[in-house]
Design a protein around this ligand. Structure first.
Ligand code: GLY
Length: 567
């Protein structure tokens, strides 16, 4: 079979231009897919359909969550996974809320300086590429925990269509072809042998996943422990160690997913329910929205100078706090109540003026800079009983560590890079973290994943989330504001151009060719640096909005192959 050659810069630029000109115009009134009873929105139509079929069989949102999560592992190996982890927030029809953390953990043999050389410098690629980058995977523990507590159908019924899909195969989309081409040199670098993605796949080809199907069959038959204590655990630990990694059978057998209290707060007449630490998502989202609450954004208008200024300044201050205070709550004390309190947050905005940009160097904790991988995937589900979930799952980077276990049929994450390898000093990506997120055995690395559910007047209103590394939080934020402040439909809220500020680097990242030139010029005149070059897209938001007649509108992001399916 033919091998691909590295994608050229000019092709990358061509793709970038094409994507932005493909952007659908957000026209108020344009609605996404509407469904009367239930809906699933995810990164691939195959996964959304499998989730919806489980609902049609009488399953609930939690059964559909398990089916969709694992169907994404088959159909969207870029971020869907068995070798990674994630977070889910839920709201049951009776109003009960909760969240589960199935985030990866550092292995038992991990140590604070494991990515540093003898001079104390970061060793390039050690935390991003290959077996040393892998955290102990949490996805299978997460879905079984959800099943035990909240599921209704037998696990074999839920996994059957996923296994069938893996045997039958998945058709390569144009976007997938581009992604596979783009990462092929990294696949070759990370793997000793050629892997299934190392071939000349073209749009319309079908990739079958027989090894993954067999792994899922064993899990379906033997349950959660197959992955953590059974044959799969033995194969996985041996494979990782043969490739120079440190995850052992003991690491796998000790892994547990954890139920956590979600972060809840109000914004105007909305109640927001989002993920708490070890994700920074809920705390940051709360900080930004609470800082914005006094500003009449609806009067300023969508993506106007004043709106962008207010949001940017709130983001700058929230991200300044993020890495300093946040980490794994099982290891560090986090002052969550204070961080999201009105008194603390009104003080944070007291030095903001519309006359001039605040400089990030003038905002405290000025040595923390966040640049994270932009990958991950999100799906949202509402069932016919009124239960809702928002789940975000990841391998961290695109295809994770790029290390692919052919015998088991899946990629392994590179989540260890979400730790701060050297607190206070930038790593190879410019990431500077704080002590709160330093590496320790069995610790969970800080995340930005922000699966979020919104209530209005005590009723379910919206469920949403997105991939995008550090930009996840600000994409979720803007989508909520687009619906609530700017009266957009779910689909238009998802489609609308996005921007992002994360304190450092001190610039506003904007989706290119998407904002008014005059707005950009005015922002520059006020002292803001605009960067339209570094990001082709910001996030791929998938959300569901409850309409006045109690039907559901799905917003599936055009930036990916994302699809809403309902009935
Ligand atoms: N790995 C991306 C995140 O957890 O935010």
């Amino acid at each position: 079979m033919l091998r691909f050659y590295c994608i050229s810069l000019s092709l990358c630029l061509f793709i970038a231009c094409k994507k932005t000109s493909d952007r659908p115009k957000p026209i108020n009134g344009n609605r996404g897919v509407i469904a009367e009873h239930a809906m699933v929105v995810s990164a691939r139509s195959e996964a959304s359909k499998i989730g919806v079929d489980i609902l049609k069989k009488g399953g609930n949102a939690f059964d559909a969550m398990i089916a969709t999560e694992l169907a994404l592992a088959v159909s969207y190996p870029y971020a869907g996974n068995l070798g990674g982890g994630g977070f889910m927030v839920y709201r049951k029809a009776n109003g009960d809320i909760g969240s589960i953390d199935y985030r990866e953990k550092a292995p038992l043999a991990a140590s604070k300086n494991m990515y540093l050389d003898e001079k104390g410098n970061i060793i390039p690629e050690k935390s991003t590429l290959g077996a040393m980058a892998i955290g102990v995977p949490g996805t299978i523990a997460g879905v079984f925990e959800v099943h035990d507590k909240l599921g209704s159908l037998p696990i074999a019924t839920i996994l059957k269509p996923v296994i069938t899909l893996a045997y039958k195969g998945v058709v390569v989309s144009q976007k997938q072809e581009n992604r596979i081409k783009h990462y092929q040199s990294s696949f070759r670098k990370a793997n000793k042998d050629s892997i299934v993605f190392d071939f000349n796949w073209e749009t319309g080809d079908t990739i079958t996943y027989t090894a993954l199907a067999k792994t899922l069959e064993r899990i379906s038959k033997n349950g959660r422990d197959e992955f953590y204590k059974g044959e799969t655990a033995k194969i996985l630990a041996k494979f990782i160690q043969n490739n120079g990694g440190m995850i052992s059978e003991a690491d796998l057998s000790k892994y547990e997913a954890k139920w956590r209290d979600p972060i809840t707060f109000s914004y105007d007449d909305l109640k927001i329910i989002s993920m708490g630490p070890p994700s920074s998502g809920g705390v940051c989202l709360a900080q930004i929205l609470k800082m914005l609450e006094p500003f009449p954004l609806d009067e300023y208008g969508h993506n106007t100078v004043k709106t962008i200024q207010a949001i940017t300044e709130a983001e700058r201050r929230a991200y300044a706090d993020r890495s300093f205070y946040l980490g794994d709550p099982d290891f560090v004390e986090i002052p969550i109540k204070t961080l999201i309190s009105d008194s603390y947050l009104s003080g944070r905005m007291s030095n903001f003026s519309f006359e001039k940009a605040t400089l990030s160097e003038d905002v405290s904790h000025g040595n923390i800079k966040i640049i994270e991988s932009m990958e991950t995937t999100h799906y949202s589900i509402v069932d016919q009983f009124g239960n809702a979930i928002a789940a975000t799952t990841t391998l961290n980077g695109a295809y994770g560590s790029k290390l692919y276990c052919a015998e088991l049929g899946f990629f392994l994450n590179n989540e260890m890079d979400d730790f701060s390898s050297k607190p206070g000093v930038p790593n190879m990506f410019g990431l500077i973290g704080a002590e709160a997120n330093s590496i320790a055995p069995e610790k969970r690395m800080l995340s930005s994943m922000t699966p979020t559910i919104v209530e209005k007047n005590g009723q379910l209103y919206m469920t949403l989330g997105t991939p995008g590394g550090a930009t996840i939080i600000t994409s979720v934020l803007q989508t909520i504001l687009n619906v609530h402040e700017f009266d957009m439909t779910m689909q238009n809220a998802v489609n609308a151009p996005r921007f992002h500020h994360q304190w450092l680097p001190d610039h506003i990242l904007m989706e290119p060719n998407s904002f008014d030139r005059s707005v950009i010029t005015q922002l520059e005149n006020l002292g803001y640096k605009i960067n339209e070059g570094e990001s082709i897209i910001l996030g791929k938001v998938d959300g569901i909005l409850v309409l006045e007649d109690n039907s559901y509108e799905g917003g599936a992001d055009y930036r990916g192959d994302d699809t809403a399916i309902g009935f």
